[in-house]
Ligand binder design. Sequence first.
Ligand code: MF3
Ligand code: CO
Length: 294
Amino acid sequence: MKLTNAKLDRNAPCWCGSGRKYKQCHMAFDEKIRMAELKGHEVPPRRLIKSPADIEGIRESAKINIAVLDLVAEKISIGMSTEEINRIVHEKTLSMGGIPAPLNYEGFPKSVCTSLNEEVCHGIPDDSIILKDGDIINVDVSTIYKGYFSDSSRMFCMGNVSPEKKRLVEVARECMEEGIKNVIPWHFLGDMGAAVHAHALKNGYTVVRQIGGHGCGKEFHEDPWVGYTTSPGTGMLMVPGMVFTIEPMVNMGGDAIYEDEDNGWTIRTEDGKPSAQWEVQVLVTETGCEVLTW
Ligand code: MF3
Ligand code: CO
């Protein structure tokens, strides 16, 4: 009797929604998860493993997010206000059938985050903030499409940016790339974060500790929390089917930050030195990861 049931389970459709038989789909995976759990490792619950339909949904959402950032890249220029960037993002997103995820998210008043120079993240677009020669700016775009979230950000250098700030922007990008390279299935998230941190430190920079990346799919911010000052061998295992962001905030000076008291959102460096950030959304695969949103 028991044997028959086991056999039925093996031949039943997999829980992941692929439509394949369990034994041909996630059976070996579940065994690996069980063994990792027995070793005391933190493993993702099933809800963090995306189905093929989920991945397709995120890809569709990402198409909009990428197109929006491409348009920002085309249009952004000295003399433009960050409110104008907000308008571009808002209109392009709607024109493609998407919803800007930041708008009204926990009360955030705009459709995009625009963070200049010493602003670390969550800058609020405004008519009075005008892009100047020498500024560096992070534009962080997030989209909801048919219930799926995509999330990515890029840096833009306005005109004659000082060599110091240019290097910060470049190294921040390398840190994100270092993260991508270190998404290795069945390794720890802490390994990836440690690699990112090491690259920043090697270049004389620091990484923000309190704010990190996140799982992303049917919700804007899902588990796991993804830090970039972590220790190897710690945190959740990265396993195929997980989707999360890699978005280290790299500071030229110290890692200390504070939140704007007046608007309750904008994060700035404590020492007033510049900060840079690039963000991608990745899918863990059998061999590494695939960048879904950039
Ligand atoms: N896009 C940000 C992230 O990368 C989140 C912004 S939340 C907002 O996680 F409300 F400020 F938009
Ligand atoms: Co994010």
